[in-house]
Design a binder for this molecule. Structure first.
Ligand code: MSP
Length: 486
Protein backbone atom coordinates (compact mmCIF):
# COMPACT_ATOMS: atom_id res chain seq x y z
CA UNK A 1 0.00 0.00 0.00
CA UNK A 2 1.42 3.42 -0.90
CA UNK A 3 2.22 6.01 1.74
CA UNK A 4 -0.60 8.48 2.34
CA UNK A 5 -0.05 12.23 2.47
CA UNK A 6 -2.77 14.48 3.86
CA UNK A 7 -2.15 18.18 3.23
CA UNK A 8 -4.45 21.09 3.98
CA UNK A 9 -4.86 24.79 3.28
CA UNK A 10 -6.60 26.96 5.88
CA UNK A 11 -10.28 27.44 5.12
CA UNK A 12 -10.72 30.94 3.71
CA UNK A 13 -13.22 33.52 4.95
CA UNK A 14 -15.73 34.00 2.16
CA UNK A 15 -16.53 37.61 3.05
CA UNK A 16 -14.63 38.79 -0.02
CA UNK A 17 -12.88 37.32 -3.04
CA UNK A 18 -9.43 35.86 -2.61
CA UNK A 19 -6.40 38.04 -3.27
CA UNK A 20 -2.93 37.01 -4.30
CA UNK A 21 -1.89 36.34 -0.69
CA UNK A 22 -4.53 33.64 -0.39
CA UNK A 23 -3.65 32.33 -3.84
CA UNK A 24 -0.06 32.01 -2.64
CA UNK A 25 -1.11 29.59 0.07
CA UNK A 26 -3.15 27.37 -2.24
CA UNK A 27 -0.48 27.41 -4.95
CA UNK A 28 2.20 26.40 -2.46
CA UNK A 29 -0.01 23.60 -1.16
CA UNK A 30 -0.84 22.39 -4.65
CA UNK A 31 2.84 22.33 -5.67
CA UNK A 32 3.67 20.28 -2.57
CA UNK A 33 0.73 17.94 -3.19
CA UNK A 34 1.81 17.35 -6.79
CA UNK A 35 5.38 16.71 -5.65
CA UNK A 36 4.15 14.02 -3.25
CA UNK A 37 2.02 12.49 -6.02
CA UNK A 38 5.12 12.42 -8.21
CA UNK A 39 6.79 10.40 -5.45
CA UNK A 40 3.98 7.88 -5.77
CA UNK A 41 2.21 8.78 -2.52
CA UNK A 42 -1.54 8.74 -2.10
CA UNK A 43 -2.26 12.41 -1.56
CA UNK A 44 -5.38 14.02 -0.14
CA UNK A 45 -5.56 17.80 -0.54
CA UNK A 46 -8.22 19.61 1.45
CA UNK A 47 -9.25 23.24 1.05
CA UNK A 48 -12.45 25.13 1.74
CA UNK A 49 -14.38 28.06 3.12
CA UNK A 50 -14.82 29.18 6.74
CA UNK A 51 -18.47 30.14 6.56
CA UNK A 52 -19.73 30.27 10.14
CA UNK A 53 -18.55 33.80 10.72
CA UNK A 54 -20.30 37.10 11.30
CA UNK A 55 -18.03 38.59 8.64
CA UNK A 56 -20.05 36.95 5.88
CA UNK A 57 -23.33 38.02 7.42
CA UNK A 58 -22.10 41.60 7.41
CA UNK A 59 -20.70 41.38 3.89
CA UNK A 60 -23.95 39.87 2.58
CA UNK A 61 -26.05 42.55 4.18
CA UNK A 62 -23.80 45.26 2.73
CA UNK A 63 -24.24 43.65 -0.68
CA UNK A 64 -28.00 43.49 -0.06
CA UNK A 65 -28.32 39.73 -0.56
CA UNK A 66 -29.18 36.75 1.61
CA UNK A 67 -26.19 35.20 3.40
CA UNK A 68 -26.61 31.86 1.64
CA UNK A 69 -26.77 33.47 -1.79
CA UNK A 70 -23.75 35.60 -0.98
CA UNK A 71 -21.76 32.59 0.21
CA UNK A 72 -22.63 30.53 -2.86
CA UNK A 73 -21.45 33.35 -5.12
CA UNK A 74 -18.12 33.85 -3.34
CA UNK A 75 -17.47 30.11 -3.06
CA UNK A 76 -18.10 29.78 -6.82
CA UNK A 77 -15.47 32.50 -7.32
CA UNK A 78 -13.01 30.65 -5.03
CA UNK A 79 -13.50 27.46 -7.03
CA UNK A 80 -13.18 29.23 -10.35
CA UNK A 81 -9.89 30.80 -9.24
CA UNK A 82 -8.61 27.43 -8.02
CA UNK A 83 -9.47 25.91 -11.36
CA UNK A 84 -7.59 28.62 -13.23
CA UNK A 85 -4.60 28.01 -10.99
CA UNK A 86 -4.86 24.21 -11.45
CA UNK A 87 -5.31 23.62 -7.72
CA UNK A 88 -5.82 19.87 -7.58
CA UNK A 89 -7.88 19.66 -4.42
CA UNK A 90 -9.63 16.44 -3.46
CA UNK A 91 -12.28 18.16 -1.39
CA UNK A 92 -13.58 21.68 -0.87
CA UNK A 93 -15.24 21.81 2.54
CA UNK A 94 -17.85 24.42 3.46
CA UNK A 95 -18.33 24.67 7.20
CA UNK A 96 -21.98 25.68 6.75
CA UNK A 97 -22.60 22.19 5.37
CA UNK A 98 -24.74 20.57 8.02
CA UNK A 99 -24.22 17.06 6.70
CA UNK A 100 -20.46 17.19 6.14
CA UNK A 101 -19.17 19.47 8.87
CA UNK A 102 -21.64 19.82 11.74
CA UNK A 103 -21.42 16.24 13.10
CA UNK A 104 -17.63 16.55 13.43
CA UNK A 105 -17.81 19.94 15.18
CA UNK A 106 -20.38 18.55 17.63
CA UNK A 107 -18.41 15.35 18.23
CA UNK A 108 -15.34 17.43 19.02
CA UNK A 109 -17.38 19.45 21.51
CA UNK A 110 -18.70 16.33 23.23
CA UNK A 111 -15.16 15.04 23.59
CA UNK A 112 -13.95 18.30 25.12
CA UNK A 113 -16.83 18.10 27.59
CA UNK A 114 -16.06 14.46 28.35
CA UNK A 115 -12.48 15.38 29.18
CA UNK A 116 -13.79 17.95 31.67
CA UNK A 117 -12.30 20.80 29.64
CA UNK A 118 -15.42 22.89 29.02
CA UNK A 119 -16.80 25.18 31.71
CA UNK A 120 -19.47 27.89 31.71
CA UNK A 121 -18.18 31.27 32.86
CA UNK A 122 -19.26 34.82 32.66
CA UNK A 123 -16.98 36.87 30.47
CA UNK A 124 -16.35 40.50 29.82
CA UNK A 125 -14.04 41.59 27.02
CA UNK A 126 -13.46 43.28 23.71
CA UNK A 127 -14.38 41.28 20.62
CA UNK A 128 -12.99 42.04 17.18
CA UNK A 129 -15.16 40.57 14.41
CA UNK A 130 -12.28 41.05 11.92
CA UNK A 131 -10.14 38.72 14.02
CA UNK A 132 -13.05 36.60 15.18
CA UNK A 133 -11.36 36.73 18.57
CA UNK A 134 -11.30 38.62 21.82
CA UNK A 135 -8.54 41.18 21.92
CA UNK A 136 -7.14 43.17 24.81
CA UNK A 137 -7.00 46.88 25.57
CA UNK A 138 -3.27 46.90 24.96
CA UNK A 139 -3.71 45.60 21.39
CA UNK A 140 -5.67 48.72 20.42
CA UNK A 141 -4.33 51.80 18.67
CA UNK A 142 -6.48 54.90 19.28
CA UNK A 143 -9.21 52.61 20.56
CA UNK A 144 -9.27 50.60 17.32
CA UNK A 145 -7.98 47.22 16.23
CA UNK A 146 -4.88 48.14 14.21
CA UNK A 147 -5.38 45.24 11.77
CA UNK A 148 -9.00 45.88 10.95
CA UNK A 149 -9.39 49.59 11.73
CA UNK A 150 -12.54 48.97 13.75
CA UNK A 151 -13.61 49.68 17.32
CA UNK A 152 -14.05 46.26 18.96
CA UNK A 153 -17.38 45.36 20.54
CA UNK A 154 -17.46 45.47 24.34
CA UNK A 155 -19.10 42.18 25.36
CA UNK A 156 -20.34 40.89 28.67
CA UNK A 157 -21.83 37.47 28.35
CA UNK A 158 -22.01 33.89 29.48
CA UNK A 159 -19.71 31.65 27.46
CA UNK A 160 -18.40 28.16 27.63
CA UNK A 161 -14.65 28.22 28.16
CA UNK A 162 -12.07 25.74 26.99
CA UNK A 163 -9.39 25.02 29.57
CA UNK A 164 -6.52 25.79 27.26
CA UNK A 165 -4.14 26.72 30.09
CA UNK A 166 -4.17 23.10 31.25
CA UNK A 167 -2.43 22.04 28.01
CA UNK A 168 0.35 24.64 27.89
CA UNK A 169 3.01 22.25 29.12
CA UNK A 170 2.00 19.23 27.04
CA UNK A 171 1.72 21.21 23.81
CA UNK A 172 5.13 22.71 24.48
CA UNK A 173 6.59 19.23 25.06
CA UNK A 174 5.05 17.86 21.87
CA UNK A 175 6.61 20.70 19.89
CA UNK A 176 10.00 20.35 21.60
CA UNK A 177 10.08 16.59 21.06
CA UNK A 178 9.24 17.02 17.38
CA UNK A 179 6.01 15.04 17.66
CA UNK A 180 4.45 18.21 16.29
CA UNK A 181 7.00 19.83 14.01
CA UNK A 182 6.73 23.51 13.30
CA UNK A 183 8.58 24.69 10.24
CA UNK A 184 10.48 26.99 9.87
CA UNK A 185 12.50 27.19 13.07
CA UNK A 186 11.69 30.91 13.58
CA UNK A 187 7.98 30.11 13.90
CA UNK A 188 8.73 27.18 16.19
CA UNK A 189 10.67 29.50 18.48
CA UNK A 190 7.93 32.10 18.32
CA UNK A 191 5.28 29.67 19.52
CA UNK A 192 7.53 28.11 22.15
CA UNK A 193 8.11 31.60 23.58
CA UNK A 194 4.36 32.15 23.69
CA UNK A 195 3.84 28.82 25.44
CA UNK A 196 6.59 29.74 27.88
CA UNK A 197 4.53 32.76 28.95
CA UNK A 198 1.56 30.41 29.48
CA UNK A 199 -1.77 30.10 27.70
CA UNK A 200 -5.01 31.48 29.06
CA UNK A 201 -8.32 29.65 28.87
CA UNK A 202 -10.38 30.71 25.87
CA UNK A 203 -14.01 31.47 25.33
CA UNK A 204 -15.27 28.68 23.07
CA UNK A 205 -18.89 29.67 22.52
CA UNK A 206 -21.06 32.72 21.95
CA UNK A 207 -24.72 33.24 22.92
CA UNK A 208 -26.78 32.03 19.94
CA UNK A 209 -28.93 35.19 20.05
CA UNK A 210 -25.85 37.28 19.24
CA UNK A 211 -24.60 35.30 16.27
CA UNK A 212 -26.60 34.36 13.24
CA UNK A 213 -24.56 31.47 11.86
CA UNK A 214 -22.73 28.49 13.29
CA UNK A 215 -23.00 25.12 14.98
CA UNK A 216 -25.07 24.91 18.16
CA UNK A 217 -23.44 23.58 21.31
CA UNK A 218 -24.69 19.99 21.79
CA UNK A 219 -27.24 19.96 24.59
CA UNK A 220 -27.44 23.77 24.87
CA UNK A 221 -28.79 25.46 21.76
CA UNK A 222 -28.66 28.83 23.51
CA UNK A 223 -24.91 28.77 22.77
CA UNK A 224 -23.09 28.50 19.44
CA UNK A 225 -19.62 27.00 19.04
CA UNK A 226 -16.93 29.68 18.65
CA UNK A 227 -15.89 30.08 15.03
CA UNK A 228 -12.23 29.10 15.53
CA UNK A 229 -13.16 25.95 17.48
CA UNK A 230 -15.58 25.13 14.69
CA UNK A 231 -13.17 26.06 11.86
CA UNK A 232 -10.21 24.03 13.08
CA UNK A 233 -12.36 20.91 13.19
CA UNK A 234 -12.78 21.15 9.40
CA UNK A 235 -9.52 19.22 9.04
CA UNK A 236 -11.25 16.26 10.72
CA UNK A 237 -14.87 16.68 9.67
CA UNK A 238 -13.92 16.74 5.98
CA UNK A 239 -12.64 13.20 6.44
CA UNK A 240 -15.80 12.02 8.13
CA UNK A 241 -14.90 12.44 11.80
CA UNK A 242 -18.16 12.29 13.80
CA UNK A 243 -20.01 10.64 10.92
CA UNK A 244 -20.71 6.99 10.13
CA UNK A 245 -18.78 7.27 6.84
CA UNK A 246 -15.39 7.94 8.37
CA UNK A 247 -13.19 5.79 6.11
CA UNK A 248 -11.16 8.79 4.96
CA UNK A 249 -10.61 9.82 8.57
CA UNK A 250 -9.26 6.38 9.39
CA UNK A 251 -7.06 6.46 6.33
CA UNK A 252 -5.64 9.99 6.40
CA UNK A 253 -5.64 11.31 9.98
CA UNK A 254 -3.27 12.54 11.41
CA UNK A 255 -2.55 15.16 8.78
CA UNK A 256 0.95 15.16 7.38
CA UNK A 257 0.95 18.94 7.17
CA UNK A 258 -1.27 21.96 7.66
CA UNK A 259 0.09 24.82 5.56
CA UNK A 260 -0.83 28.16 7.10
CA UNK A 261 0.11 31.85 7.05
CA UNK A 262 2.02 33.32 9.97
CA UNK A 263 -1.00 35.25 11.32
CA UNK A 264 -2.85 32.08 12.29
CA UNK A 265 0.05 30.28 13.95
CA UNK A 266 -1.29 30.64 17.50
CA UNK A 267 -4.60 29.02 16.57
CA UNK A 268 -2.88 26.10 14.86
CA UNK A 269 0.09 25.57 17.14
CA UNK A 270 -1.52 26.20 20.52
CA UNK A 271 -5.31 25.91 20.46
CA UNK A 272 -5.58 23.12 17.84
CA UNK A 273 -3.12 20.68 19.44
CA UNK A 274 -4.72 21.34 22.84
CA UNK A 275 -8.16 20.52 21.42
CA UNK A 276 -6.83 17.32 19.85
CA UNK A 277 -5.11 16.29 23.09
CA UNK A 278 -8.31 16.91 25.00
CA UNK A 279 -10.30 14.92 22.41
CA UNK A 280 -7.71 12.12 22.61
CA UNK A 281 -6.83 12.35 18.94
CA UNK A 282 -3.38 12.24 17.34
CA UNK A 283 -1.73 15.56 16.49
CA UNK A 284 -0.89 16.63 12.93
CA UNK A 285 2.71 15.77 12.11
CA UNK A 286 3.77 19.16 10.78
CA UNK A 287 2.72 22.76 10.51
CA UNK A 288 4.34 24.68 7.71
CA UNK A 289 4.09 28.41 8.24
CA UNK A 290 4.64 30.81 5.35
CA UNK A 291 5.01 34.58 5.37
CA UNK A 292 2.92 37.30 3.77
CA UNK A 293 2.81 38.52 0.23
CA UNK A 294 3.35 42.25 0.25
CA UNK A 295 2.98 44.72 -2.58
CA UNK A 296 5.37 47.63 -2.83
CA UNK A 297 6.71 46.60 0.60
CA UNK A 298 3.30 46.86 2.30
CA UNK A 299 0.91 44.12 3.42
CA UNK A 300 -1.79 43.68 0.83
CA UNK A 301 -4.90 45.30 2.14
CA UNK A 302 -8.08 46.79 0.76
CA UNK A 303 -7.59 49.96 2.81
CA UNK A 304 -4.15 50.57 1.28
CA UNK A 305 -5.54 49.78 -2.16
CA UNK A 306 -2.62 47.53 -3.06
CA UNK A 307 -4.52 44.27 -3.30
CA UNK A 308 -3.63 42.30 -6.43
CA UNK A 309 -6.48 40.28 -7.87
CA UNK A 310 -5.01 36.98 -9.08
CA UNK A 311 -7.79 36.80 -11.72
CA UNK A 312 -6.42 39.91 -13.43
CA UNK A 313 -2.90 38.49 -13.59
CA UNK A 314 -4.27 35.21 -14.90
CA UNK A 315 -6.32 36.97 -17.59
CA UNK A 316 -3.17 38.71 -18.82
CA UNK A 317 -0.50 36.07 -18.32
CA UNK A 318 -2.25 32.75 -17.60
CA UNK A 319 -2.49 30.64 -14.46
CA UNK A 320 0.84 28.91 -15.00
CA UNK A 321 2.67 32.25 -15.07
CA UNK A 322 1.15 33.14 -11.69
CA UNK A 323 2.18 29.76 -10.28
CA UNK A 324 5.72 30.21 -11.55
CA UNK A 325 6.12 33.70 -10.13
CA UNK A 326 4.89 32.62 -6.70
CA UNK A 327 7.13 29.56 -6.66
CA UNK A 328 10.24 31.28 -8.01
CA UNK A 329 10.13 34.75 -6.47
CA UNK A 330 8.44 34.38 -3.10
CA UNK A 331 10.33 32.72 -0.27
CA UNK A 332 8.04 30.34 1.59
CA UNK A 333 9.85 31.22 4.81
CA UNK A 334 9.57 35.00 4.80
CA UNK A 335 7.45 37.81 3.42
CA UNK A 336 7.79 38.34 -0.32
CA UNK A 337 6.95 41.28 -2.53
CA UNK A 338 5.16 41.59 -5.85
CA UNK A 339 4.16 44.54 -8.00
CA UNK A 340 2.64 44.47 -11.48
CA UNK A 341 5.99 45.70 -12.84
CA UNK A 342 8.07 43.04 -11.07
CA UNK A 343 5.63 40.40 -12.27
CA UNK A 344 5.91 41.42 -15.93
CA UNK A 345 9.69 41.61 -15.75
CA UNK A 346 9.91 38.15 -14.19
CA UNK A 347 7.44 36.75 -16.73
CA UNK A 348 9.57 37.90 -19.64
CA UNK A 349 12.82 36.71 -18.10
CA UNK A 350 11.71 33.35 -16.66
CA UNK A 351 9.02 32.25 -19.04
CA UNK A 352 9.14 34.10 -22.38
CA UNK A 353 12.95 34.17 -22.65
CA UNK A 354 13.40 31.15 -20.39
CA UNK A 355 11.22 28.05 -20.69
CA UNK A 356 9.31 29.26 -23.77
CA UNK A 357 12.39 30.16 -25.77
CA UNK A 358 14.36 27.10 -24.71
CA UNK A 359 11.55 24.75 -25.72
CA UNK A 360 11.15 26.43 -29.11
CA UNK A 361 14.90 26.35 -29.81
CA UNK A 362 15.38 22.71 -28.94
CA UNK A 363 12.18 21.48 -30.53
CA UNK A 364 12.87 23.43 -33.74
CA UNK A 365 16.16 21.53 -34.08
CA UNK A 366 14.44 18.26 -33.22
CA UNK A 367 11.66 18.87 -35.74
CA UNK A 368 14.15 19.73 -38.48
CA UNK A 369 16.68 16.99 -37.87
CA UNK A 370 15.19 14.14 -35.84
CA UNK A 371 12.05 13.34 -37.82
CA UNK A 372 13.36 9.96 -38.89
CA UNK A 373 14.82 8.96 -35.53
CA UNK A 374 12.78 7.36 -32.84
CA UNK A 375 13.63 8.89 -29.48
CA UNK A 376 11.64 7.32 -26.73
CA UNK A 377 11.42 9.16 -23.47
CA UNK A 378 10.61 6.81 -20.72
CA UNK A 379 7.48 7.78 -18.84
CA UNK A 380 8.23 6.96 -15.26
CA UNK A 381 6.18 8.19 -12.42
CA UNK A 382 8.95 7.85 -9.87
CA UNK A 383 11.65 10.40 -9.24
CA UNK A 384 14.47 8.68 -11.16
CA UNK A 385 16.98 10.96 -12.84
CA UNK A 386 15.66 14.04 -11.08
CA UNK A 387 18.55 15.77 -9.25
CA UNK A 388 18.62 14.92 -5.55
CA UNK A 389 19.05 18.55 -4.43
CA UNK A 390 15.75 19.32 -6.19
CA UNK A 391 14.01 16.55 -4.25
CA UNK A 392 15.67 17.61 -1.01
CA UNK A 393 14.49 21.21 -1.47
CA UNK A 394 10.90 19.99 -1.81
CA UNK A 395 11.23 17.73 1.21
CA UNK A 396 12.34 20.84 3.15
CA UNK A 397 9.34 22.85 1.85
CA UNK A 398 11.78 25.03 -0.05
CA UNK A 399 9.62 25.40 -3.14
CA UNK A 400 11.57 28.51 -4.14
CA UNK A 401 14.84 26.59 -3.85
CA UNK A 402 13.49 23.74 -5.98
CA UNK A 403 12.19 26.17 -8.62
CA UNK A 404 15.56 27.93 -8.68
CA UNK A 405 17.21 24.58 -9.38
CA UNK A 406 14.96 24.02 -12.44
CA UNK A 407 15.63 27.58 -13.60
CA UNK A 408 19.37 26.95 -13.34
CA UNK A 409 19.04 23.67 -15.22
CA UNK A 410 17.35 25.63 -18.00
CA UNK A 411 20.10 28.27 -18.14
CA UNK A 412 22.73 25.53 -18.20
CA UNK A 413 20.96 23.89 -21.10
CA UNK A 414 20.75 27.23 -22.88
CA UNK A 415 24.48 27.81 -22.43
CA UNK A 416 25.16 24.32 -23.69
CA UNK A 417 23.31 25.10 -26.90
CA UNK A 418 25.38 28.29 -27.36
CA UNK A 419 28.61 26.46 -26.71
CA UNK A 420 28.00 23.31 -28.73
CA UNK A 421 26.12 25.04 -31.59
CA UNK A 422 24.32 21.89 -32.82
CA UNK A 423 22.83 23.79 -35.78
CA UNK A 424 26.42 24.29 -37.07
CA UNK A 425 27.64 20.85 -36.08
CA UNK A 426 24.87 19.15 -38.01
CA UNK A 427 26.13 20.72 -41.23
CA UNK A 428 29.63 19.35 -40.65
CA UNK A 429 28.84 15.98 -39.10
CA UNK A 430 25.20 14.96 -39.40
CA UNK A 431 25.34 11.99 -37.02
CA UNK A 432 27.18 13.84 -34.26
CA UNK A 433 24.83 16.78 -34.66
CA UNK A 434 21.81 14.53 -34.34
CA UNK A 435 23.23 12.74 -31.31
CA UNK A 436 23.73 16.12 -29.64
CA UNK A 437 20.17 17.22 -30.39
CA UNK A 438 18.88 13.93 -28.95
CA UNK A 439 20.79 14.68 -25.74
CA UNK A 440 19.32 18.18 -25.58
CA UNK A 441 15.81 16.80 -26.04
CA UNK A 442 16.44 14.31 -23.25
CA UNK A 443 17.55 17.08 -20.93
CA UNK A 444 14.51 19.12 -21.85
CA UNK A 445 12.42 16.09 -20.97
CA UNK A 446 13.98 15.90 -17.51
CA UNK A 447 13.24 19.61 -17.06
CA UNK A 448 9.62 18.97 -18.07
CA UNK A 449 9.43 16.26 -15.42
CA UNK A 450 10.87 18.58 -12.80
CA UNK A 451 8.36 21.24 -13.81
CA UNK A 452 5.47 18.84 -13.20
CA UNK A 453 4.55 20.05 -9.69
CA UNK A 454 5.21 23.72 -10.46
CA UNK A 455 3.78 24.07 -13.97
CA UNK A 456 1.61 21.00 -14.56
CA UNK A 457 0.19 22.16 -17.91
CA UNK A 458 3.46 23.37 -19.37
CA UNK A 459 5.17 20.19 -18.25
CA UNK A 460 2.58 18.14 -20.16
CA UNK A 461 2.80 20.40 -23.20
CA UNK A 462 6.58 19.97 -23.41
CA UNK A 463 6.31 16.21 -23.02
CA UNK A 464 3.73 16.09 -25.82
CA UNK A 465 5.92 18.20 -28.12
CA UNK A 466 8.79 15.81 -27.46
CA UNK A 467 6.62 12.79 -28.07
CA UNK A 468 5.32 14.25 -31.32
CA UNK A 469 8.75 15.64 -32.21
CA UNK A 470 7.54 19.12 -33.11
CA UNK A 471 8.08 22.69 -32.06
CA UNK A 472 5.20 24.67 -30.54
CA UNK A 473 3.13 26.57 -33.13
CA UNK A 474 3.09 29.62 -30.91
CA UNK A 475 5.57 30.22 -28.11
CA UNK A 476 4.56 28.59 -24.82
CA UNK A 477 4.90 32.01 -23.18
CA UNK A 478 4.64 34.90 -25.64
CA UNK A 479 6.75 37.90 -24.70
CA UNK A 480 4.91 40.89 -23.22
CA UNK A 481 5.96 44.20 -24.65
CA UNK A 482 6.14 47.47 -22.73
CA UNK A 483 2.88 49.11 -23.73
CA UNK A 484 1.06 45.86 -22.99
CA UNK A 485 0.01 46.73 -19.47
CA UNK A 486 -1.81 44.42 -17.10
N1 MSP B 1 -10.62 31.36 8.27
C1 MSP B 1 -9.34 31.52 8.86
C2 MSP B 1 -8.55 30.23 8.82
C3 MSP B 1 -9.18 29.07 9.50
S1 MSP B 1 -8.26 27.60 9.28
C4 MSP B 1 -8.97 26.52 10.31
C5 MSP B 1 -8.56 32.61 8.14
N2 MSP B 1 -8.98 32.91 6.90
S2 MSP B 1 -8.36 34.04 5.95
O1 MSP B 1 -9.13 34.00 4.74
O2 MSP B 1 -8.32 35.29 6.65
O3 MSP B 1 -6.88 33.62 5.68
C6 MSP B 1 -6.59 32.39 5.10
C7 MSP B 1 -5.11 32.24 4.87
O4 MSP B 1 -4.65 33.24 3.96
C8 MSP B 1 -4.26 32.39 6.13
O5 MSP B 1 -3.28 31.37 6.15
C9 MSP B 1 -3.57 33.72 5.95
O6 MSP B 1 -2.31 33.72 6.53
C10 MSP B 1 -3.44 33.75 4.44
N3 MSP B 1 -3.19 35.09 3.96
C11 MSP B 1 -4.01 36.19 4.05
N4 MSP B 1 -3.34 37.27 3.52
C12 MSP B 1 -2.11 36.88 3.11
C13 MSP B 1 -1.05 37.48 2.44
N5 MSP B 1 -1.05 38.77 2.10
N6 MSP B 1 0.02 36.69 2.11
C14 MSP B 1 0.06 35.33 2.36
N7 MSP B 1 -0.94 34.74 2.98
C15 MSP B 1 -1.98 35.50 3.46
O7 MSP B 1 -7.62 33.12 8.68
Amino acid sequence: MSKTFYITTPIFYPNANLHLGHAYNTTLVDILARYHRLKGEEVYLLTGADENTEKVVRAASLAGVETKEYLDGIVANFKSLFQKLSISYDQFIRTSDEKVHFPGAQEMWRRLVEAGDIEKRSYEGLYCVGHEAFITEKDLVNGKCPDHGETPQGLKEENYFFKLSKYTKTVSEKIRSGELQIIPETRRNEILALLERGLEDVSFSRPSEKVSVGVKVPGDSSQTIYVWCDALVNYLSALGFGRADDALFKKFWPADVHVIGKDILRFHAAIWPAMLLSAKLPLPKQLFVHGFITSGGKKMSKTLGNVIDPNELIAEYGGEAVRFFLARHISPFEDGDITLESFKEAYNADLANGIGNLTSRIMKMAQDHLHDTNIRMEETNDTNKIPSDFLKAFDDYDVQGATTIVSKAMSTLDTRIQETAPFKLIKIDKEKGRALIVELVRELYTIARMLNPILPETSEKIKTLIKENRMPEISLFPRKVDNDSC
